[in-house]
Design a binder for this molecule. Sequence first.
Ligand code: CS2
Ligand code: MG
Length: 402
Amino acid sequence: MKIIDAKVIITCPDRNFVTVKITTDQGLYGIGDATLNGRELAVASYLQDHLIPCLIGRDASRIEDIWQFFYRGAYWRRGPVGMTAIAAIDVALWDIKAKAANMPLYQLLGGRSRDGIMVYGHANGSTIAETVAEVGRYIEMGYKAIRAQTGVPGLASTYGVSKDKMYYEPADNDLPSENVWSTSKYLNSVPELFKVLRETYGYDHHLLHDTHHRLTPIEAAQLGKSLEPYKLFWLEDAVPAELQEGFRLFRHHTTTPIAVGEVFASIHDCQQLISEQLIDYIRTTIVHGGGITHLRRIAHLAELYHVRTGFHGATDLSPVTMGAALHFDTWVPNFGIQEYMRHTDATDEVFPHDYHFANGYLYAGEKPGHGVDIDEKLAAKYPYKRAYLPVNRLEDGTMFNW
Ligand code: CS2
Ligand code: MG
């Protein structure tokens, strides 16, 4: 089965998405997500100018060999741009292989390990009272797991608190907007949020929180300890993870479960975190972690060390990633949870899909492949619109992590 065409489709229905579409000489095609929020055109060029010329004429069934060719053949390896480009091709080839076998992708991976995929939604508010009410709304919608993020008194903005209640799009400007951050103000306010949430709703629902890379290990230890009475499902991205051994200090001081990895691009970013059991959930997902072929390696390593998957699933990952992730989640033995930030109606129209939400779970469809398509005509109606993620400064102006 020969690859005769491969193209990059850039579209912006409410936000930018980059998609790869690979077509074979047998008339089958597959698509993969290549979206890297704030750096979309870098991945589009990596694909268009460097990978696609080497793809035409290859055998589409040789997924592993193509992955190895693009990974080892690049010489410069492991960065988020290159791994996102490789991931998009990988997912498109798995989509083709499943279509050729006339089976849903999860069957090709090893069959069902579960029916529904437990997801978590994002409740947020500018005050604790508003956030508590939002969590109640998600409970009414049937969610078993809810991430809660609230405004920090004294700060004009903070991560995860959006103007729109249902959708959260952090890439908010043609050039990076500047936010101001205070760790002490944040640490003083978060425990109160979860105290009120548990007093209001009890312990029947999983609660999660994302610190978004803003603490040192000892500050994360302090926060983890202060949250222990409220039994979080996980505390996410508490510490930037370039220094994997830095998690030893954090891990040593608290039993609050730890999740990290949405910004990782390969197994090498998390190998120590997993093998030293410094984390409980690995968040690295298919679109930024080298595709299904590489994520299987990460999931198998994690399984050896009691670490479960907790795929990133924000709005800036397209429905193609959600579709592929749900098939992976349906198979993977050490599944933990799947993030589910809803896409807008305009996005869902550009990317028709057969997965659906019911009572706190997402369900992958039964169509051959990953079950997501792209309406190219509609996609063409939404031209690329440059948008950057914000940056963060401390109150004294020091550049910090967003
Ligand atoms: C966040 C993301 O969903 C999450 O856990 O960390 O919203 C993240 O900020 C965006 O994906 C960045 O583009
Ligand atoms: Mg996050």
